[in-house]
Structures are given as C-alpha cells and as structure tokens.
Design a protein around this ligand. Structure first.
Ligand code: GDP
Ligand code: MG
Length: 241
C-alpha cells in the first residue's frame, strides 16, 4: 500500500506538528499533503519546518486569496494532487486539529488493506464515541444520517464525517463538488451509490478545547442539497420503474 495522507489546515499550528509526527511513526505513509487556506497563525512556518524534517514525505499546497477558502475546496485540491501521482494507492483524510486519532486511522488502514474500497471512521457505530461534541451538531448529524441511511438503504451509521481511507481509484472516478464540510458527506454517499465496497470502523472524536470549529450552521445547506438531490433521484427512479 502506498498511502497518501491529506490534511486540510486552517490555523492549526498548535497541533499539526504532533499529528504529522504520529502519523509518520504509526502509518509509514508514502506521502503527506498539507493543504493550508489563508491561516493567520504560524501554520505556514510549521509547514516549512515539517517539510525540512520530512523532505521525502511532505508536499505543501497553499491556497491563498483570491481563492475562496473552504474545507471541501482544500480536500478537493488534495485529491487532484494525489490523483496525479500514479504511485499512490490509498488516501487517508484526517483533520489537522487532533480531534481524530492517528491510532484509529491505523485500524482504518488495516480494513482498507483487507480489501474495502472506502473505510469510514465512525463516531456513531457500536464502539464509536464523541467527547465534547456540540449538542446541536449531534442533533443535526443524527437527522442527516437517519435520512440519508433511509434514502440510500445502508446500515452505515456515520455518513457525514470526513475521516476516511479510500482507494485512490474512488477519488479519481468521482466528480466531487462540495466546497465546505459537505464533502465529508459526499465522500460517503457517492461511493455507496456507485457500488463501491464501503464499511466503517468505530472511532473516538475528541473535542480540542483550544480549537474553535470553523463549522457554521449555514454549512448544513450542502448536506441539505445532497439530501434533496437524492430524494429527487429516488423519485425519478421510482417513476421510471
Ligand atoms: N484548508 C482548510 N482547512 C479547513 C478549513 N476549515 C476547516 N479546516 C480544517 O478542517 C478540519 C475540520 O474543521 P473543523 O473546523 O475542526 O470542523 P469540526 O471538527 O467539524 O468542528 C480542521 O483540521 C480544520 O483546520 C478551510 O477552510 N480550509
Ligand atoms: Mg475540528
């Protein structure tokens, strides 16, 4: 397995060094792509340090104004970069703020090695946990997860998280569209609908008290658009059937 790790960053200077050191030790990745969007802390300097420490591993993508920032835009830029590299076989997407654990990523990589096309790090499956997750977000997540589960007909419990391992072909074959956090949802439902083998493993999501979430309620619009799109497709399919 040639694992390529994508880490979208926005003001993550406090955690990114520790995260990268742990990922290198645990996963022995072939490449780590750090994607920064207009950080105003010293994320840029930490990037340079990491590039010096791991010259063979680290690639940097710097997105700056006038490019619009956004989690989805950053991950899509990472997908494009990784997909151009013909030696990469798998992608891991993980947040930079240490709210997701590298040890869980190791379990997810193990599942991908066993042959799954996409492995979701699941907060809501049996054994999964969240600590310090906002109640409103939990409620909204539950609503979207239940609706999407019913529409797609899947038993997978966490369809909105961005923590994933996927075969590089999945990233190459799909047209990704979300600009913000909706990408986490898109990377679950599109592979399922296209018939890829998707599974999930329980993970712990632990709030970093020093990091303010960039997630905003308006970002649920992307989730809602994905949901409506699916309702529409289902209605069309039953009309045809
Ligand atoms: N490149 C980039 N990364 C982002 C952006 N927004 C968030 N991130 C990173 O994506 C990850 C998830 O975002 P976060 O705000 O923590 O969302 P939450 O964990 O759902 O509250 C974190 O590592 C953020 O630093 C963005 O606009 N651009
Ligand atoms: Mg976070």
């Amino acid at each position: 397995m040639n694992l390529c790790i994508l880490i979208p960053c926005h003001n993550d200077a406090m955690t990114i060094r520790h995260l990268v050191n742990q990922l290198v030790d645990l996963l022995d990745p072939y490449r780590i792509i750090l994607i920064d969007d207009c950080s105003t802390d010293n994320t840029g300097e930490v990037f340079e340090d990491l590039k010096r420490a791991y010259p063979k591993h680290i690639s940097l993508i710097r997105r700056k104004a006038p490019l619009a920032k956004g989690y989805g835009r950053a991950v899509r830029a990472g997908f494009r970069y990784a997909c151009d590299d013909l030696t990469a076989t798998h992608l891991l997407t993980i947040d930079a703020d240490m709210e997701m654990r590298p040890t869980d990523a190791l379990t997810m990589v193990g599942k991908a090695q066993a042959g799954w096309d996409v492995v979701i790090g699941s907060r809501f499956t049996k054994g999964g946990q969240t600590y310090g997750y906002s109640r409103l977000k939990l409620l909204m997540n539950r609503f979207f997860n239940i609706s999407l589960r019913w529409l797609i007909g899947t038993n997978l419990k966490d369809l909105t998280i961005g923590f994933k391992v996927m075969r590089i072909e999945v990233a190459r074959d799909i047209m990704w569209k979300s600009n913000e956090h909706g990408l986490g949802c898109e990377t679950s439902i599109k592979p399922i609908l296209l018939g890829y083998r998707v599974t999930e493993v329980p993970i712990a999501w632990i709030k970093n008290p020093n990091k303010r979430s960039s997630f905003r309620i308006r970002m649920y619009r992307e989730y809602a658009a994905l949901l409506l799109n699916m309702v529409f497709e289902r209605a069309l399919a039953s009309g045809r059937g």
